[in-house]
Design a protein around this ligand. Sequence first.
Ligand code: 4AD
Ligand code: MG
Length: 434
Amino acid sequence: MSAPWVSISDLSSHTGSEVLVQGWLYNMRSSGKIHFLQLRDGTGTVQGVMVKSEVPEADFETAKGLWIEASVRVRGIPRVDARAPSGIELTVTGIDVIQNPTQEYPIGKKEHGIDFLLDHRHIWLRSSRQVAILRIRDRVIWSAREYLHNDGYTLVDSPILTGSIGEGASGLFELDYFETTKAYLAQTGQLYAEAAAAALGKVYCFGPTFRAEKSKTRRHLTEFWMIEPEVAFYDHVRNMDLQERLVSHIVKEVLAHCRAELEILERDIPKLEKVVAPFYHLQYDEAIDMLHKLGSKTPYGDDLGNEDETILTQQFDKPIFVECYPKKVKAFYMKQHPDNPDLILCDDLLAPEGYGEIIGGSQREDDYDRLLARIREQGLPEASYDWYLDLRRYGTFVHSGFGMGIERVVAWVCGLQHIREASPWPRTIYRLVP
Ligand code: 4AD
Ligand code: MG
């Protein structure tokens, strides 16, 4: 009878009987009579101990000639071993090679430059650090969707190819849409989520979004994933409450399920454990005052710069809402502040430790005339918003929503230096390959 194929993560429930592991050799050490085969299969890693006198001669010789990242089928008996990181070691009984590379694996132990690693992203993904990041990314997305689903939200997908500009005329990827018109890659799904909120009440969209900004910061990608809830009859205050509940849930779930990954990344876990409600709130003018005390030269009335967000959030141990920015620095759809026509009912949620904006949200302008005036002020093509204005013509309603950038959240939760590692296939001004 042939040994059953078992995932490395399940080896502990098969101790004492022969199993088959299928995976890759990520390292090997030999001492003449013993090979120590470090194996990984995507579910975990295990050390296979191959003793010359206990396996067929040919198998021992084959193992000797393996290159790193050879794909293999290894038979062996899992045994409890307190010294092994996973608590299990595999006593190897035989090996079949699926493929032995004919050359040395390009990613070695030595330090590689970031460009080299990004050029080899397709294989860099196999490293334990990248695997940890991808698992945390999966948990961030899963926990966000779970939270919204359990809170009564319906996922309503929005188009990637659009005819109306979602955020603003700068930073658009434009393409010819057959002979007659231009199409844009979606900067946001928000306008469509607003229409869906009038149909279903509590909705969200989740998909890739695109910004043709020539930003070379550690926070910007040209393609990123955004989760965008939109809620009928939520005002600015309830909108922030939802953001706080969602973000604290995500962090709690990552802490509960991804400890090992956070440890691989050497994340300062106690700092994440502090991320519980209530978060801090600053009005825009308070943020500017604080920034001036910290040495920033950004004048009242301007948007916060990258550096501002860094120094501001270094002062806090939890996320910070910055509320009610000046109208002139924000998008056309945000609702005018009832007490000050120069401000809007919006918030940016900034992650602590220097990370900065992870969410941008607002109450939406529900007044037809004001919204139309804003579209005209910003020089946007009015005709392409006729459908959007219908939402204010037929039963307009107080509503609010926000966009949370997945890679920004992952970079913060994982403690990454740069957002590019938070995406499996980062797209930046200079990078479309692989
Ligand atoms: O603040 P933004 O531009 O807001 C919107 O797009 C709204 N329409 C969302 C909404 O209300 N439904 O972007 C929202 C979030 C940011 O807070 C950030 O997390 C992320 O999207 N983001 C980026 N992430 C990576 N690279 C970029 N270039 C990003 N631009 C925005
Ligand atoms: Mg923003």
